[in-house]
Write a protein that binds this ligand. Structure first.
Ligand code: CP
Length: 305
């Protein structure tokens, strides 16, 4: 059966643990796998990207494959060809499809109508590849994930949702602290709770200090995301002013807590410069881990294709 990664809920807890183990092996030996030898992977970017684009392109190459990177405006999708027909056609050429786009629906449509694995490289609703890298980073810093506490502060966006879905599955107690009007959708919180294992949990609060108390990691993301209407920016900044990841909030967490950010960052806005570039920042390892986690993911998905 063709496997996909659209939200992260597709993975069992055992598969997720195995994927992170494998990612660590591929980090130790970047050329240990030829899982994509002789195969091509389409990587469709309808939105800008630095980390996702480069880590996937390099990752496919390191697995022995050929990346075919396409901007959205280069495809007939941009002129109205359906995701359904696009999936059927691309499946005749490539072994896997990655897509970054706005709405989540077209990604589901690609997966439903193609014959090859589809990877969600970010939609407005989910960013599962980021969460895989985040869990790998936590594992490197703290070992066993079960029972760790991760506090996400800021906009309850796609990154927060994927942290809840995949974090709870890995046994992490994920607390999202955000203003009520920017909370993740209840359905996403329920999805995370349905897949939770061990001490994994997904909760939402409006109190960033309560969330940070006892946390192993504090995490934030930009206050205005790609695709947000520019007219919302001022309101977002006003609503999120109390949800900055700064030295004061880090002091409320464990003494060994790390700071995470999926990047790109706006130092001085959602995260202070001192935290972003300070000794407790793990964001650069986090960015590197996109590569290792996604290679393990592609290896897993191609093995079942
Ligand atoms: N974190 C992340 O997805 O980065 P890019 O937007 O640069 O790909």
């Amino acid at each position: 059966m063709t496997r996909h990664l659209l939200t992260g809920a597709e993975l069992t807890a055992d598969e997720l643990a195995g994927l992170l183990d494998r990612a660590a092996e591929l980090e130790a030996d970047r050329h240990a796998s030829e899982a994509l030898a002789g195969r091509s992977v389409a990587l469709v970017f309808e939105k800008p990207s630095t980390r996702t684009r480069v880590s996937f392109e390099v990752g496919v190459s390191e697995l022995g494959g050929t990346p075919v990177v396409l901007r959205g405006d280069e495809l007939q999708l941009s002129r109205g060809e359906s995701p359904r027909d696009t999936a059927r056609v691309l499946s005749r050429y490539v072994a896997m499809i990655g897509i970054r786009t706005g709405d989540h629906g077209p990604v589901e449509e690609l997966a439903a109508h193609g014959d090859v694995p589809v990877i969600n490289m970010l939609t407005r609703d989910h960013h599962p590849c980021q969460a895989l890298a985040d869990l790998l980073t936590l594992r490197e810093r703290f070992g066993d994930l079960d029972g760790l506490r991760l506090a996400y502060v800021g906009d309850g966006n796609n990154v927060a949702v994927s942290l809840m879905v995949l974090g709870a599955k890995a046994g992490v107690d994920v607390v999202v602290a955000c203003p009520a009007e920017l909370a993740p959708p209840e359905a996403a919180v329920e999805l995370a709770r349905a897949g939770a294992t061990g001490r994994g949990a997904a909760t939402v609060t409006d109190d960033p200090r309560a969330a940070a108390a006892g946390a192993h990691a504090l995490y934030t993301d930009v206050w205005v995301s790609m695709g947000d209407d520019p007219s919302v920016a001022a309101g977002r900044r006003a609503a999120l002013g109390g949800y900055r990841l700064d030295e004061e909030l880090l002091a409320a967490a464990r003494d060994d807590a790390i700071a995470l950010h999926c990047l790109p960052a706006h130092p001085g806005e959602e995260i202070s410069e001192g935290v972003l570039y300070g000794p407790r920042s793990a964001v650069w390892d986090q960015a590197e881990n996109r590569l290792h986690a996604q290679k393990a993911l592609m290896e897993l998905l191609i093995s079942g294709a």
